[in-house]
Structure formats: structure tokens, C-alpha cells
Design a protein around this ligand. Structure first.
Ligand code: F6R
Length: 259
């Protein structure tokens, strides 16, 4: 794993954008995997200022709540539309979010997996991390081989996400999420985390055992995962001094080395 420690959330966004643009730039019809939530917002702001042909980029969301109307301000259809599609100037016809209101939800999960495959797979997957170590909505005990499917959110995730809703009961119980196997198929992964609320999950992901208790720890097996965190989220990393040292030395290496 490549661990990058940045000063604050704005610097996290800039450094994550550098990594994403470098990876997208090599593809003719790039495919970007996009996360919702608060963590990637500075990354989207930074990306919007980068000279990329955004109309040629396809995007696939990680997840969507089940049963929340598409027009609800917290449905991931809406959030992706506002924070990603409009901000970056993507072609809405190339932006894909699972349909959490489909009559046949299992069929919708299979259709979504197929659509990712038909687009040639994800070039760069942007991720946040839950305070319980989830990525996408792959909650603890998710299968490492899982594909897009329906999941039940943990009470902790529902409490964490209650800040986006007018009451905690309004947070949906179920979601559709890309699986850990789906996420691991992305050619490059860039995970961003900020704030001390994420410090324990970040340390467990990077330095803990690979364990279903911390779904993000599977990224230790990814061939090119970049983890960009601010000082507060890096607080519990035992190897922080070494990661900073690698960062300082980096200009001597090609960016793909030392992962
Ligand atoms: C969102 C997603 C989640 C979030 C995570 C962190 O599409 O898949 O894994 O990235 O819950 O959320 P924030 O960034 O709001 O703390």
C-alpha cells in the first residue's frame, strides 16, 4: 500500500486528485469508480479544476440505499449527480448508480456488475472508509469474494450517516453495494480519509491483520492501493514516520514503485 499523509482535508483532495488524474490520463475511455459521503468532497473539488476530457469519462457509483426515492436529496443518485456529474461536467449518460428501487433488486445487482464488466472494468476506484472499516457498504463480516448485492447496514453505519438525514430513523436499513471482490477488480484504488473519527479504522486497514472484521483490510492485497489521509486520520498509524519518509524520498522513484 502507498500511504500518503497530508496536512488537512484540502491537501488530501489535491494529492488524491494527482493520483487519480495520473491513472486516468493513460486511458482513452477511462472508467472512474466514485464514492459518496463527505470524505471525497475535497477530491471532487480538486478534480474539477484538472484538465481532463471529463465528457469521455464513465463513472460507476459504489452503492445506493434501497427504497429511498431517487429525488431524495440523500439518495446516491442525487448526491452523485450534484457532487460528481455536475461538478466535473460528466456526460450523465455515462454515469451509473444502482437502482435501489428496482422491482427485482437481485437482478439489478447482476445488471450493475455486467455494466461494469461491459465498460471494461474500473480504472480508478475512489473510496472512503467507514468508522467500522467498511468500504462501499461492505460491513464487517462481508465476504472478500463478494460481488454487487443487497446488504443490511449496521446500527453504527446508520448512526454515522444520520447526520445527513433529518432523523436517525430516516436512514434506510438496506442498500445495494459493490462487493469487495468487485472493488478489488479495479486497476487502481485511491482511498481518502480525514478526521480523528477515522483514525482507528485507518490503522486497522493498513497495519492490522487482513480480517473480515475490517473489510477495508482486503486492500492490503490490492496491487496498487493509495491511501491518502490527513494528520488526524493518521494519528494511530504506528508506521507514520516511515510513511512520511517514503513520501519524502518518492521523487527518486516512479510513482508505481514502493507500493
Ligand atoms: C459511500 C461509501 C461509504 C463511505 C463511508 C465514509 O459511497 O461507500 O463507504 O465512503 O461510509 O463516509 P464519509 O466519507 O461520509 O465519512
Amino acid at each position: 500500500m502507498e500511504i500518503v499523509i497530508a496536512r488537512d482535508a484540502a491537501a488530501v483532495g489535491e494529492l488524491a486528485a494527482d493520483a487519480i488524474v495520473a491513472a486516468l490520463g493513460r486511458r482513452s475511455e477511462p472508467v472512474l469508480g466514485v464514492a459518496t459521503g463527505s470524505s471525497p468532497l475535497t477530491t471532487y473539488r480538486a478534480l474539477a479544476l484538472r484538465p481532463i476530457e471529463w465528457r469521455t469519462v464513465a463513472a460507476f457509483a459504489l452503492d445506493e440505499y434501497v427504497g429511498l426515492p431517487e429525488e431524495h436529496p440523500q439518495s446516491y443518485h442525487r448526491v452523485i449527480d450534484v457532487e460528481v456529474t455536475q461538478r466535473l461536467g460528466l456526460d450523465p449518460g455515462r454515469v451509473h448508480v444502482p437502482n435501489g428501487n428496482a422491482g427485482d433488486l437481485s437482478g439489478e445487482c447482476e445488471r450493475f456488475e455486467r455494466a461494469i464488466r461491459d465498460a471494461g472494468g474500473v480504472d480508478v476506484q475512489i473510496l472512503g472508509i467507514g468508522s467500522n472499516g467498511h468500504i462501499g457498504f461492505n460491513e464487517p463480516a462481508s465476504s472478500f469474494g463478494s460481488r454487487t448485492r443487497i446488504k443490511t447496514l449496521t446500527p453504527r453505519t446508520r448512526r454515522d450517516n444520520a447526520r445527513f438525514f433529518s432523523s436517525p430513523e430516516e436512514v434506510p436499513v438496506h442498500c445495494i453495494t459493490q462487493g469487495l471482490g468487485t472493488i478489488m477488480d479495479a486497476r487502481r484504488v485511491v482511498l481518502v480519509a480525514t478526521g480523528d473519527r477515522k483514525a482507528a479504522a485507518v490503522a486497522a486497514m493498513v497495519e492490522g491483520p487482513v480480517s473480515a472484521r475490517v473489510p477495508a483490510s482486503i486492500l492490503q492485497h490490492h496491487r496498487h492501493a493509495t491511501i491518502v489521509v490527513d494528520e488526524a486520520a493518521a494519528e494511530q498509524l504506528a508506521g507514520a514516520e516511515y510513511y512520511r519518509f517514503i513520501q519524502e524520498q518518492k521523487h527518486r522513484l516512479s510513482p508505481a514503485d514502493d507500493v
